[in-house]
Design a protein around this ligand. Structure first.
Ligand code: NCD
Length: 389
C-alpha cells in the first residue's frame, strides 16, 4: 500500500527517528547516492511561491539520480483553464512515481492523496500544515541539541497562518518537548491545532502572562500559551511565567503570512519586536538556537546571522538530506522496520463542502470528501481539520 506524507501525524515518532538515521547517511553520501532512484520521476506541483522547499525537493531527487518534472506557475497550467485539483493530480500521477504538492488551500494535499495512486507529499497546504518543514526543524534540533525530547521551544510570530508552526507544535508535543507560543496579537494558534496539541497524552495547555521579559517585549505584559508536561518547570505560578528564570533551547520565528491575512485580521505590520542582538541578550536565550523556516522579512535582524545561535541557514540546508531520506522511503528504497501510526478513522462525508473558507472543499465538492471525529467528539473535515458545522 502506498504511503503519503500529508500531515506530521502520518509518521510515527519511531519512523521519524529512523528517517533521520537515513538522512544522516544521505548527508554523508550526498554526492554518492546518484543512481539510487534512477528511472523514477518526481512531479513537483508548486501552485504557490517557493524557493527552499521546491529546490531542496528537486535537489534531493536529482542527487538520488531520479528526474523531476515541475509546474511552478499555476497560471501556465491547465488549472488556469479551470481544471480541478483532482483531475490535475490524476494526470500528473500517470506520468510520475511520486508527487510533491504545494497549494494555496488547506486540505489540498489530503485531497490529492485521495485521488493519486502514487505517494503524495504535502509541501504546504494553505495555512494548514507543512510537515516536511517540520522534519527539517526537528532534524535541526536533533543536530544542535542532540535530542528531540525534553526541549523548551518558543514559537514566535504569526501562529495563525504560519503552517510550519502547526505541524511543529504537534511534533514537539509528541516527542516530549514543551512549546511556548508567543503570537502576534490576533494571530494566535488556531483552535484545531491547540486541541490536537492538548490531546497528546500528558500535555496540558496553560494560558500565561509573561513576566521578567520587559527588556525584550517592553512593559505591558505579553501573553503566551504553554503546552507542557510540567508547566511548573517553566517558573510558572499564578498565571505568570517568569521568562528570566527559564532556559530555552530554541526560538522558532515566523514571518507575518501577509498573503493569507483576511479582512478580519486587519493587520499590516507586526507588533512583536524583531529578534536582534539585544533580544538574544535576555537570560532565557543564552543557549537557544534561532530557527526560522525562511523567507525572513524583518523578524530577525541580519546581525544575528553572525551569532552562532543563528541556525536558520544551516536549517534550510538540512532540507536536502532530509527530503532525500523521505523520497527514498516513500518510493520503497529504504525500509523503516518500525511501527507506523494507526490511521485515524475517516468516513465518507455526504456534506462534501467544508465551512472553512480556506479549505479546498469550500470551493468545490468532491466525491472523496471525508470526515473524522476528534477525541472531544467533534466532527471535523478530514482535509483541513476544522469543525464541520
Ligand atoms: C514557509 C512556508 O512556505 O510555509 N517557508 C518554507 O517552506 N520554508 C514559511 C513562510 O513562507 O513564511
Amino acid at each position: 500500500m502506498k504511503r503519503d506524507f500529508v500531515s506530521i501525524e502520518d509518521f510515527s515518532n519511531d519512523e521519524i527517528e529512523v528517517l533521520f538515521v537515513i538522512a544522516d547517511k544521505m548527508q554523508s553520501l550526498l554526492r554518492q547516492c546518484h543512481g539510487v532512484l534512477a528511472g523514477h520521476i518526481m512531479g513537483s506541483l508548486f501552485l504557490e511561491p517557493s524557493t527552499r522547499t521546491r529546490l531542496s525537493f528537486e535537489a534531493a531527487m536529482n542527487r538520488l539520480g531520479g528526474r523531476v518534472i515541475t509546474i511552478s506557475d499555476a497560471g501556465a497550467s491547465s488549472i488556469a483553464k479551470g481544471e480541478t485539483l483532482a483531475d490535475s493530480v490524476r494526470i500528473v500521477s500517470s506520468y510520475t512515481d511520486i508527487l510533491v504538492l504545494r497549494h494555496t488551500q488547506a486540505g489540498a494535499a489530503r485531497l490529492a492523496a485521495a485521488y493519486a495512486p502514487i505517494p503524495v507529499i504535502n509541501a504546504g497546504d494553505g495555512g494548514h500544515e507543512h510537515p516536511t518543514q517540520t522534519l527539517c526543524d526537528l532534524y535541526a534540533l536533533r543536530s544542535t541539541k542532540g535530542r528531540m525530547n525534553g526541549l523548551r521551544v518558543i514559537l514566535y510570530g504569526d501562529l495563525k497562518y504560519g503552517r510550519t508552526t502547526h505541524s511543529l507544535a504537534l511534533a514537539l508535543g509528541r516527542f516530549g518537548s514543551d512549546v511556548l507560543c508567543i503570537a502576534e496579537p490576533g494571530l494566535e494558534m488556531p483552535g484545531y491545532v491547540r486541541e490536537r496539541c492538548a490531546a497528546i497524552p500528558g500535555v496540558s495547555e496553560t494560558e500565561v502572562e509573561l513576566a521578567g521579559a520587559d527588556t525584550v517585549f517592553g512593559p505591558g505584559g505579553r501573553r503566551g500559551l504553554l503546552f507542557s508536561r510540567d508547566p511548573d518547570a517553566w517558573a510558572h505560578s499564578q498565571g505568570r511565567l517568569h521568562l528570566d528564570r527559564v532556559d530555552c533551547d530554541a526560538i522558532y520565528v515566523t514571518r507575518l503570512q501577509k498573503e493569507r491575512l483576511g479582512l478580519e485580521d486587519g493587520k499590516k505590520g507586526s507588533s512583536l519586536p524583531p529578534v536582534d542582538v539585544r533580544f538574544l541578550e535576555h537570560r532565557a536565550f543564552g543557549e537557544a538556537i534561532v530557527l526560522h523556516p525562511l523567507p525572513r522579512v524583518s523578524e530577525i535582524d541580519p546581525a544575528v546571522d553572525r551569532d552562532p545561535r543563528g541556525y536558520y541557514f544551516q536549517q534550510a540546508a538540512l532540507g536536502v538530506p532530509v527530503r532525500m531520506a523521505l523520497i527514498s522511503f516513500l518510493l520503497g528504497r529504504e525500509a523503516m522496520r518500525v511501527e507506523a501510526p494507526v490511521p485515524r478513522e475517516e468516513r465518507l462525508w455526504s456534506g462534501r463542502r467544508c465551512a472553512n473558507p480556506a479549505c479546498v472543499l469550500a470551493t468545490a465538492s468532491y466525491q472523496e470528501a471525508l470526515a473524522w471525529t476528534s477525541a472531544d467528539g467533534r466532527d471535523r473535515c478530514a482535509f483541513c481539520d476544522h469543525d464541520l458545522r
